[in-house]
Write a protein that binds this ligand. Sequence first.
Ligand code: DQQ
Length: 685
Amino acid sequence: MAVVTKLPLSSLALSFHLSNSFYLNPISPFSLLFSFSFSTHPKMDTPYHHLHAPPHYPPLLPQEQPSDAGPPASHRKPFKGFAAILASVIFLLSLVALIINQTQKPLPSQNNIVPTSKPTSFSNPEPRGVAEGVSAKSNSHLLRNIKGSYNWTNAMFTWQRTSFHFQPEKNWMNDPNGPLFYKGWYHLFYQYNPDSAVWGNITWGHAVSADLIHWLYLPIAMVPDQWYDINGVWTGSATILPDGQIVMLYTGSTDKSVQVQNLAYPADPSDPLLLDWVKYPGNPVLVPPRHIGPKDFRDPTTAWAGPDGKWRLTIGSKIGKTGISLVYQTTDFKTYELLDEYLHAVPGTGMWECVDFYPVAINGSVGLDTSATGPGIKHVLKASLDDTKVDHYAIGTYNPENDKWTPDNPEEDVGIGLKWDYGRYYASKSFYDPYKKRRIVWGWINETDTESDDLEKGWASVQTIPRTVLYDNKTGSNVVQWPVEEIESLRQNSTVFEEVVVEPGSVVPLDIGVATQLDISAEFETELLGSGATEEGYGCSGGAVDRSAMGPFGLLVNAHDSLSELTPIFFRSSNTTNGTNTYFCTDETRSSLAPDVFKQVHGSKVPVLQGEKLSMRILVDHSIVESFGQGGRTVITSRIYPTKAIYGAARLFLFNNATGVNVKATLKIWRLNSAFIHPFPLDQI
Ligand code: DQQ
């Protein structure tokens, strides 16, 4: 077991900590002490030479008000109350000063009113694609109130690029499109602007991989060159017919910006690289039905075969504020019949983009082909909500007789219950991998910086690590997502830390050297120090600094040694009158000193079953952090923009901000190699 020693703080730090601790945690004796790991005794699978006595680290204390995630903390703390009163007084004084100031100026006459000027800090705050009715860079409303911009350096921008995630060499990318496995290659297509780092002129970028990790860029597969897609070759899906033929259906934005569905197929099916694509001369094969808005009809799914042998596919739309999923039947993918009934509809959820619909086995560790039905199978319905830019899903039952799907739990229906990923993630798409008999899902990690910063750095967006998806037969209420096993081929030397005790209010460095490319597997046990009294209402919303008896605790990734920049990934439990609730969260509020990036607290409740230890897996790849709680029941992706915790200055820590538990952490941390992601050497074949 690691030795953890408590030492008194230096006098300056002591007064700071004591005063805050008094307000934050009047009862905990531990808040008066400062703990640090004197020696964390890592066990090394490979030799490791940099173990040294760590410097002192103060506990994490509040700095700024984080944003919303999960239920709000119900306990108002004296410090917060005092701060609120102080803020109100300052506000009232400012108001009085403003009124006095205004009364000294002449009032503008009615026809002399000067329009309020927009904040000038961003050269181009309006995201592209909104006018077209599709998502694009969707954070401008979040950034609207942020003042100031940061002096980014090329070194900072360069560091942000990932080493084992898929991203194009340059320019803008959004949704993953038509993933498939064909003649030994995994194909990924993606929404891509070949001309700029902002959304527009959308084509289908194309890359192939033999293992889903190392990628080779191929020439653009489809460009907007027909009246029916001249405003963009938008999102679509592949269906592989039983005879091996590939059918690609995609949305085209026409010369009049009407959304239609088009058919394309490989020009040479014997080409494993599927380099050339032919657009069906009879396109479009589907136009918006009369009751559907011309800009509310997009993103056809992979088709599945029904018991009558006909193919079905579903397309997202909306009627008023109700998100819907239209169902079409076809035998040849050229002519279609629209069914009267929707696959499903949920009031209040708005436009459904990028619908995904597929079966999952109730008992089993393999994925299912999209057409599988029968006993022992449930169906996942996923919609990307245009209004909120969040991917939601629900598990339910599909009736192939009437092509309707019913959620298992109507209170957790699509768009009002589970999120596919609680972080920065959108427009996901799955496919069945017949080679390894698994279902794999891709998602788009979008940026939270400004468009002008994207233009400056010359690229925008990253795809997640492909994840396998399985029904969670332990809980019966969610899926589990897990990075594809091939990611393990990047693992280099690992360091093991066993049973490191992290006491309340402490931050413990994990001396693994540079911490920018990591695969972290961590388990946590807690030892109650007090009575374990019930506390209602704690979630993720207060972030990593909102202390309560049983949390938060976890890891600080991409953390600077001074703790001026850090990204906590943590659990927070509380004993409520209904049992123990556990939340899995990330807190981006201190991830960057730059003011012009949007930073949020993300997370949700995570099911923890009797006898299970709390566990998390984290993939750190420079500015992307993918976190999997309890075996992937709750997943959170972050795109962060550190300014100091980069290159050799990015470090890893354990922290425990709980006031009433000791935390015992056991970790295995692998350094990950970079993936090989380069243009395909087409001139050599
Ligand atoms: N992105 C595509 C649309 C889709 C949206 C356009 C989702 O087809 O609805 O780039 O991000």
